[in-house]
Design a protein around this ligand. Structure first.
Ligand SMILES: CC(C)(COP(=O)(O)OP(=O)(O)OC[C@H]1O[C@@H](n2cnc3c(N)ncnc32)[C@H](O)[C@@H]1OP(=O)(O)O)[C@@H](O)C(=O)NCCC(=O)NCCS
Length: 180
């Protein structure tokens, strides 16, 4: 079972069904903000939708294809970080994340992405971890940069969101270049 203490007062825990009400209320509070960047927000309308997401990610975990962890800060659920799209043939996976606005600006997501990258490379022995960020999403791009990921290039118009195509920057960390 994955869990990690990030710092005093902030930790990651595998998302479970019982977390659905608290996670749904966090999404509700951040809906207008998150929908600028995340395609799933507009199709996540009810607590049942969140529950279905948690169940899907628990299936993903059970089949060894990744997992979603809740980020708890100051006693409440602040956001989510996910390791997914694990490809065991090529030993790679992708990290995605979001954080409620009141928890931003403290380095919590940088710590969470560092913990998940470490887990992917050291525990799961993946060779490659990817993070994809819209070119206009400076706060998201800052995270892989801060963690020493390499910008490999731009996937042109790779995401259709809010009636526009966004370019995505592809960042990666390789096992060979990874320093704890
Ligand atoms: C992307 C997102 C998680 C980044 O949140 P964030 O709070 O900026 O990231 P962190 O928690 O790592 O905090 C970094 C900030 O804290 C500051 N900070 C303070 N202490 C820090 C520490 N110990 N370590 C790192 N940064 C620290 C950094 O300077 C930075 O602030 P700045 O942007 O003013 O320079 C958030 O903006 C978000 O959820 N956006 C919407 C969803 C989204 O875009 N997801 C990504 C899709 S690809």
């Amino acid at each position: 079972m994955f869990s990690a203490i990030l710092r005093p007062g902030a930790e990651l825990r595998l998302l479970e069904e019982r977390h659905a009400p608290a996670l749904f209320s966090r999404v509700e509070r951040e809906r207008e903000y998150l929908r600028q960047w995340m395609p799933w927000v507009d199709v996540t309308r009810t607590e049942e939708d969140i529950l279905a997401f948690i169940r899907r990610m628990l299936d993903t975990f059970a089949s060894n294809q990744g997992f979603s962890a809740g980020i708890w800060a100051d006693g409440s659920i602040a956001g989510v970080i996910t390791l997914h799209k694990i490809d065991w043939v090529n030993r790679k996976g992708e990290i995605g994340y979001w954080l409620g606005r009141e928890f931003q600006g403290r380095g919590i997501m940088t710590d969470a992405a560092r913990a998940l990258t470490d887990h992917a490379i050291v525990e799961l022995q993946l060779n490659r971890v990817e993070i994809l960020c819209a070119t206009g999403n400076a706060k998201s791009r800052a995270i892989p940069k801060r963690l020493g990921f390499t910008l490999e290039g731009v996937l042109r118009e790779a995401q259709f969101l809010n009636e526009r195509y966004d370019d995505l920057e592809l960042y990666s960390m390789l096992r060979g270049g990874y320093r704890r």
